[in-house]
Write a new protein. Sequence first.
Length: 526
Amino acid sequence: MGSKQGICSHAEDPELKDLMDYIDSLKNYEKSGVPKGAGTDTRQGFDLGRMTRLMQRFDNPQSKFKAVHVAGTKGKGSTAAFVYNILRRQGYSVGCYTSPHIRTIRERILLGRYGDQVSAKKLNNLFHGIKQTLDQAMIEEKGCISHFEVFTTMAFILFAEENIDVAVIEAGLGGARDATNIISSSGLAASVITTVGKEHLAALGGSLETIAMAKSGIIKQGRPLVLGGPFLPHIELIIRDKAASMGSPVVSASDPGNRFTIRSVSMLDGRPYQSCDIAIQVEKDLKLSCELLDVKLRMIGYHQLQNAATATCVSLCLRNLGWRISDESIRTGLEDTYLLGRSQFLAPRESELLGLAGTTILLDGAHTKESAKALMNTIRLTFPEARLAFLVAMASDKDHVGFAREILSGGPVEAVVLTEAAIAGGVTRSTSASLLRDSWIQASEELGMCIVHNEMPECRDLSRNQPVCSIRNRDDGRTILATEASLSVSLKTIDQILRRKGDETCIIVITGSLHIVSSILASLDS
């Protein structure tokens, strides 16, 4: 029932060809789009009973380990990674199930004490061992079992077989009707809701209120709930009311008694990190306290500090339940955490391989207006004086105008090049560069900003064969907006624009979806 999937190349994991061919033949809502109301706890919602029946065929593996269940519009992947690394550092055998992936589908399942991706051999052996049962289930469910349901099943079976102590599980879509939401109260250690924002609106009921209700579906009877936030007051009330009805104690990372601040941002091996203080002091429901000074986070930005504070609250909740988790394990777990495609600065050698030697390149999978705002804040925090250019590709169901508005209002932007990227290996949900251009023009008009683009009368006739060339060398203070069909040409266009002013610090930001990030990293791998 999850909606997210990355791009996987069979060439990277030739052992997984049979598995990938099998699950790629199933319904994949990332490629097709999630149906209206599918994530809501209504008659329109996904059939969680189907997932329950599938689990029963494999002796309910989800009942054989404890779980931390993480939902939220933004921040759930990072928060899950923080919690996972904290528990690993304490010495627990931990499983982690997240989505999407960037390079290989094996990234979705992490196992053991060392943070290893599941091996291709282990995943392949499991698939061939359960395929006959899957085939029978597919017949009885009239072919309705989805890509996400099958892979979630495999993750839970692996966690059970590995006899892990605890699994950190990220919900795919919403919460109430997500395939991961088959964890019982007895199996749940804690649930986490990071944020509530306007993403997958149609699939989750059409409003912030229905989204909050869908995400609160992961709350279980008597089990603690950790809130990230900050939330709008009436949205937080919806979630807290659901928790109260379930007898679940609530801890909020955004409570006034908690303090987390960024001391400074520094560079190490060509990449930034932020030194932070995190102090948690909770008195209501559960009594929790922890003070960590000078935590060196490789996950950059205030939003990542918020995620780190949320993960700290989760750890303290588990400690309150009797789990052995030291302050030092929390610190080192937070400092260890790093994710591809989340405020990821490429190394100088990687920039050179892309033909952009001497340029700082930032990859970030931001695709909502909230994450765009966080991205701009992160850039201004780390490189406040840098010249900025953006390379953007987005899926069709995102708020393109809202995203553009946050980027353009976040500070001076020298150029934006719009292109296209495959979504989950398909083009059904890709947005054309020309449609994106229209959205950025609209956003600039709403902001009263002046931009120059190749559809303007003053530029249109200057170079009929190469319409972008006529605006690459303009230097009148306006943001240059261009469209290109391919990533390689897009990077060359940005390079030409930025090199007009010589050796000033330049940052190229590649964003709009994790799929364009995946494409860039794939080109580096090849």
